[in-house]
Design a protein around this ligand. Sequence first.
Ligand code: ADE
Length: 234
Amino acid sequence: MKFTFVTLFANLVEGYFEDSILKRAIEKNLFFVDYLNPRDFSDNKHSKVDDTAVGGGAGMVMNPQPLYDSLRDLKKRDKDVHIVFLTPVAKPFRQNDAKRLAKKTHIAFVSGRYEGIDERVIEEFADEVFSIGDYILTGGELASLVLCDAISRNIEGVLGNSDSLSVESFETSLLEAPSFSKPKNYEENSVPSEYLKGNHSKIRSLKLALSECKTKFFRPEQLLKHRTRKSYEK
Ligand code: ADE
């Protein structure tokens, strides 16, 4: 798998791969990362990549030409590249998207800056368009890192223990039960006693109850979805 970050600011992205799990995955050749800067494709003598919005409106918009040329170049080099745009005006990114996209061979994340990207670029090149939430970031770089992280941990071999994928939040539409590490007693607080007794079926039912509590508190709409699904399965 290869990830290409199409961005004016590769330096905002690079550091994320310089430590921990994703660094090790790159060292094991489980995936590769590269960068494409639309500014390098600009026809403008000052390498300009943005301009004021046609029809008015605040701020600058990224011009079509540097992006058209960089994405054409990318597609010429790999016709199978899956091009994903990051913008708040899009469908929300979910865990099942992360799992689905982990099966691609090459994903390019296109990050907008300023007030956004000329819509014609999205129309021409987007295979998919995602938002990471209902808030506006200063650019798409963080959003593309969020997608890259969530996708890459679903690539075979990236996580040490593949069990950790199957019991996670969103795999069952319930949020995950709380986890504890050692010591068993810390200051005034101890780990729930059932966790300590080693009866695995009791631990499983307690975890399910705690998952339901967490979900009811933080994401009540998800609990409803879970219960509806369960009642269909009966
Ligand atoms: N760019 C700016 N805000 C964003 C968001 N919420 N999701 C994806 N890309 C963005």
